[in-house]
Design a protein around this ligand. Structure first.
Ligand code: UD1
Length: 417
């Protein structure tokens, strides 16, 4: 069942509980290698990217068992330190295992993740950070061999606050000799979640959420139980669906603080927002109008992952909404699909200009990437008629029961062959 049949034109109305964050659980799964014992992870979303991460853990020799949204990992036995090419290809962010397996075994062998659907995916900052800690790295362009009997303290200054490079540095530094300071670290909530998990393993780490993270190397290990933070991007996708359909959607289980930048933009588009300590509600039953320039930036700026669903929400807003994508070079691949639905969008380099149209109509669509695919579904919900969206394996990488959540909000959406 790799297509969605979406009957649009009906305002969504209801409440949905948001899943655990994909971008938290993946580095935490990598970190579980450092436990040398048992880890229990709650709120683990059911995603194909998580399945791929589990296969990597099992390849390393870990035992992994899932009961619903709880994952049990036993990392006492690690039998190898390589990530085969097929597993690297399954998930681009498999590079996040590099720091952890190097710290645990003193060696790591993996193939280069290469480019991805969002554009080039360099890992130079991951490698230079590990080198600064003393890792010997041989990179033949295809495969990468890292060796370090012991990693040592140092200061890592990231030229750009890469999420993955920050996480890999934290993982490798957690058991290093000495203190590692990461300057210009990424500040995403998922970095803080990784810090909290590592602390449960005995790591001496602080500063996550600020520009400087300090890790004093320590002996890690033991039992850890952790609940993954809620997925802010899944939350903003469902809130965007409220705007796209002129409906009202409540998302529960989310800290409103995590999504405040996107909520500001959806407010500018005309959504009325209410929130409590763990819920957010967007009411878009009034007219929508264009928002101010939307520029993607590292957290706490507007997240690049929210750009596609929020663009889907802006298509019928009166006036002109301009997007500037500053994180990835190829992140407008959903635009041709949105145009097929009747949207008026012009792309030039990193800029996309959306001129609001009064109506959208159904079309045949294909997902090209995770968030872009979700954006096409959101836009199709706001379009009159029946759209069919294929290649939804991209959406299944990062949304737990995407169509079930939308049905709970009153959407007419079914999986079909
Ligand atoms: C993570 C998220 C992804 C999100 C992105 C930006 C996960 C699993 N994925 O991806 O959903 O879209 O953050 O918020 O958490 N860069 C380099 N060299 C490097 C590493 C990155 O030049 O070694 C560049 C990238 O090309 C990109 C920018 O830095 O332009 C940000 O990338 P990064 O923050 O590393 O993204 P990911 O960790 O891959």
């Amino acid at each position: 069942m790799n297509k969605l049949r979406i009957t649009g034109g009906r305002p969504l109305d209801g409440s949905v509980h948001v899943q655990g964050a994909k971008n938290s659980v993946l580095p935490i799964l990598a970190a579980s290698i450092l436990a040398k014992g048992e880890t229990v992870i709650h709120s683990c979303p059911q995603l194909s990217d998580v399945d791929a991460a589990v296969r990597i853990l099992q390849h390393f020799g870990c035992t992994v068992t899932r009961f619903g949204h709880t994952l049990y990992i036993d990392s006492r036995e690690i039998t190898c330190c390589d990530i085969p090419e097929n597993l690297m290809k399954e998930m681009r962010s498999s590079v996040i295992f590099l720091g952890a397996i190097l710290a645990r075994t003193g060696e790591a062998v993996l193939s280069r993740p290469g480019g991805c659907e969002l554009g080039p995916r360099p890992i130079d900052l991951h490698l230079s950070s590990l080198r600064a800690m003393g890792a010997q790295i041989t990179d033949n362009g295809n495969s990468i061999l890292c060796r370090a009997e012991r990693l040592h303290g140092c200061t890592i200054c990231l030229p750009t606050p890469s999420v993955g490079a920050t996480e890999n540095s934290m993982l490798a530094a957690a058991c290093a000799d000495g203190t590692v300071t990461i300057v210009n670290a990424a500040r995403e909530p998922e970095i803080w979640d990784l810090q909290e998990y590592l602390k449960k393993l005995g790591a001496r780490i602080c500063g996550a959420g600020t520009k400087e993270i300090t890790v004093e190397g320590a002996r890690l290990g033991g039992f850890a139980e952790h609940t993954v933070i809620p997925d802010r991007i899944a939350a903003v996708t469902y809130l965007s669906a409220a705007a796209a359909t002129g409906g009202r959607v409540e998302v529960t289980g989310i800290n409103p603080w995590y999504i405040s930048t996107v909520a500001d933009t959806l407010c500018q588009l005309g959504c009325a927002f209410s929130s409590g300590s763990d819920f957010v509600c967007a009411d878009a039953r009034g007219a929508l109008h264009a928002a101010e320039l939307i520029e993607t930036r590292p957290y706490p700026g507007f997240p690049t992952d929210a750009q596609p669903p929020v663009m889907a929400a802006s298509l019928k807003a009166a006036g002109t909404t301009v997007f500037s994508e500053n994180i990835f070079t190829n992140r407008y691949r959903h635009v041709p699909g949105l145009v097929r639905l009747g949207a008026d969008i012009k792309v030039s380099g990193r800029i996309a200009v959306v001129n609001g149209v009064p109506e959208l109509h159904a079309a045949g669509l294909a997902a090209t990437d995770l968030r872009g695919g979700a954006a096409l579904a959101v836009a199709a919900l706001g379009a009159q008629g029946v759209s069919v969206l294929s290649d939804i394996q991209h959406i299944d990488r990062g949304y737990d029961d995407f169509d079930g959540c939308l049905r709970a909000l009153g959407a007419q959406i079914q999986r079909i062959d």
